[in-house]
Design a protein around this ligand. Sequence first.
Ligand code: PEP
Length: 251
Amino acid sequence: MRQKIVAGNWKMNKNFSEAEELLDAIAERLEQYKGDVQLIVCPPSVYLELASDYGEEYPLFVGAQNVSQFVKGAYTGEISAAMLTSMGVTHCIVGHSERRKYFGETDAMIAEKIKSLLSFELTPIYCCGETLEERNQNRHREVVAGQLSEALFHLTEEEMGEVIIAYEPVWAIGTGVNATPQQAQEMHDFIRRFILDKFGNEVANNLSILYGGSCNAQNAKELFSMPDVDGGLIGGASLTVEEFLAIRDSF
Ligand code: PEP
């Protein structure tokens, strides 16, 4: 069964007490929640333990924003998949365009990170998406197809069944310009068919494909009404409880 998901990518925002305040506010509202949308928060790594404590008490999943491609050892500054699991983390964003752009992450590195996450039973939220230039050149499908095949096609069917994909056009991230619901649907449908060709019907039908890029409480309803949009990966709008939960309630 395809899961509806709203995940918040806090990026590098909030100090400790602000993080605690936001988690408190989310948790308080989760007490009355009766819906079927899975909520995930992805705070900076230093707050993962704190968030995991909330995850133990409330229906709230916790994701990291990054993981090392290495298993363990002399990799100063890195955090392994095993460490994330041991802290109660369940998900991890991989391949975000900011990591590709500022930290030189390649699809090959991302492929290794995904393998490592899966071997520690963590769910990768794999981000793909084209730049504005690539879209203007009408290369968006080709670019996303390349990202999908390089980062995911080494997986088995069973492993692919554990992955969440986030379609995040780079031109929409943090710009206030979201993809139209039709543009999002067209790409989500493309992604699902591409995954179907490689991994088969069952994996493709059960795959949750999230939309990310300036998604907010005003535009989420229309985006989520599209048949292949199963939720959102939310950046800026996940930083306040009202906006984040209004997005969850847009289904
Ligand atoms: C993101 O960075 O994953 C994202 C979707 O950001 P924003 O919602 O701020 O565009």
